[in-house]
Design a binder for this molecule. Structure first.
Ligand code: DUC
Ligand code: ZN
Ligand code: ZN
Length: 481
């Protein structure tokens, strides 16, 4: 029994106790009794966080991200996140089913529940057919990289084909929106001019390349009649495209990262190469104007979700890029810090209400990914993924005390106020203040059903269907042709 707390959901705040049996919430009410009591006095009791965007042990840029599923999910739990969604990445030419088997193996030691998005990294009849099988296995989202030319990137024709396939399957495409051709050109120009440091990473990926790609993906999704989810929305140009599309009635979702909300591009001017390289991720950190735009989007609802893109690399891995910024593995951590950082910089400053905090860290994500109310809810029958949040507990973020295995933290030195007192994963207490009680292997795969087709409402554009050939009068044909 979770006793004496104030329940905060995406739409209500009220005092009540919660009774958990096995892995479910079985009763919500006053004066309940149970065999074991967790004291939630002075605390908010919220649905556990869901991070819809992480890369655990991901093969990428000649190496693999350092935190595996066990470490990553433990870091999540320590910060109040009870579920993660990773990206299954088939190599171009590789079967989706083969890649899925590898990801299933990797996630076996997860401490908390997880799911996958499937990446479309190449296109063929085989991929077209396998997408059905992927949906049958409980994966209803397909990721497309518009950047990383020569590696993961897909072209517009491949995206259009894949988006149409998603529409037919009730699945939703996701895009990493950056114009990969332009990034590659700018990278080469910068290198040829002697700009080889980590600051050039940001110069090669300005907001315009993200805005262009976001607009393009939205138009292609519109033509395919499918909803669209734009991952790591980092700038006003991409946010503007999302706002405009939503105003037209299109179901387009945007996902700012906690890093983009709270860290800016001055990090790349740090005289210490390691400091700057550790912050190299794509898209790069932006200036204050873009950060304000992202906060405004969360407040107004034009952006729906806060994620991390957790993709941690060690100092040694980052140093692969000394002398050539294009070889710095792209990625930063954040899984443990997302909820405390967003509470501190969002709720405590008055930018977000507590209910909005729950929406953007959990409930909206569960709804968009079609796992609500199993996840993302404090309701009888929901999974007991619960965070008992102590708004008065504080700490200074430090790599020396983090769960991630890398030696640094991009939020180093930041003071956060608001931390879990308890984190429960499907009924098990995984975190009790600073004590970690998680069990590797406790996490389970969460299958996600396809969505009901909503194509009709999405687009005014209609493909011309037969008869499409205009019959010409022979007497009006140009003579002699
Ligand atoms: N961006 C990153 O920074 N890392 C992982 C992949 C990505 O798109
Ligand atoms: Zn990405
Ligand atoms: Zn990512």
């Amino acid at each position: 029994m979770i006793k004496g707390g104030t329940i905060v959901t995406a739409d209500r705040t009220y005092k009540s106790d919660i009774l958990v049996d096995g892995d479910k919430i079985i009763e919500i009410g006053e004066n309940l009794s149970g065999d074991e009591t967790l004291d939630a006095s002075e605390c908010y009791v919220m649905p556990g966080g869901i991070d819809p965007h992480v890369h655990l042990e991901m093969p990428f840029m000649g190496t693999h991200s350092a935190d595996n599923f066990e470490i990553g999910t433990r870091a999540g739990l320590a910060g109040g996140t009870t579920m993660v969604v990773d990206f299954c990445l088939p190599e171009p030419g590789q079967s989706m089913m083969e890649a899925l088997a590898i990801w299933q193996q990797k996630s076996g030691a997860a401490c908390a529940d997880y799911s996958y998005h499937m990446a479309v990294t190449w296109w063929s009849e085989q991929v077209f057919n396998e997408m059905q099988e992927v949906v049958d296995r409980g994966i209803n989202t397909f990721k497309h990289f518009m950047a990383y030319k020569g590696a993961l990137m897909v072209d517009d024709d491949e995206m259009f084909a894949s988006f149409q396939r998603c529409a037919a399957l009730g699945a939703m495409p996701l895009v990493h929106a950056e114009n990969g051709d332009i990034v590659a050109t700018m990278q080469q120009k910068l290198l040829s001019e002697g700009n080889n440091g980590p600051e050039a990473h940001a110069y090669s990926r300005p907001p315009e390349v993200e805005g262009e790609a976001a607009n393009r993906a939205i138009m292609i999704a519109d033509m395919a009649g499918v909803p669209l989810y734009i991952v790591h929305t980092s700038c006003e140009q991409a946010h503007e495209a999302i706002r405009r599309a939503r105003q037209k009635g299109m179901r387009v979702y945007g996902e700012p990262l906690i890093q983009h909300l709270t860290l800016d591009d001055s990090e790349y001017s740090n005289p210490n190469w390691d400091h700057a390289a550790q912050r190299v991720m794509s898209p790069p950190f932006r200036n204050k104007q873009h950060q304000d735009s992202l906060w405004a989007g969360l407040q107004s609802g034009s952006l729906q979700v806060v994620a991390t893109d957790h993709c941690a690399f060690t100092i040694e891995q980052k140093r692969f890029g000394v002398g050539d910024f294009t070889r710095i593995p792209n990625g930063t951590g954040g899984l443990e810090d997302r909820m405390p950082m967003l509470w501190t910089t969002g709720v405590r400053t008055g930018r977000l209400t507590m209910n909005e905090f729950v929406a953007v860290t959990s409930t909206n994500i569960a709804k968009i990914l079609n796992i609500y109310p199993k996840k993302g809810a404090i309701l009888e029958g929901a999974d007991a993924d619960i965070v008992v949040w102590d708004p008065n507990r504080s700490k200074t973020i430090s790599a020396s005390r983090q769960q991630s295995c890398v030696e640094y933290n991009v939020f180093e030195g930041k003071e956060v106020i608001g931390l879990p007192r308890f984190t429960l994963t499907r009924g098990k207490v995984a975190i009790e203040e600073s004590t970690i009680k998680v069990e590797p292997g406790h996490g389970e795969f969460v299958g996600r059903e396809p969505n009901a087709p909503v194509n009709a409402a999405l687009s005014k554009w209609k493909e011309i269907t037969a008869p499409r050939k205009v019959e010409r009068r022979p007497d009006l044909m140009p003579a002699g042709v």
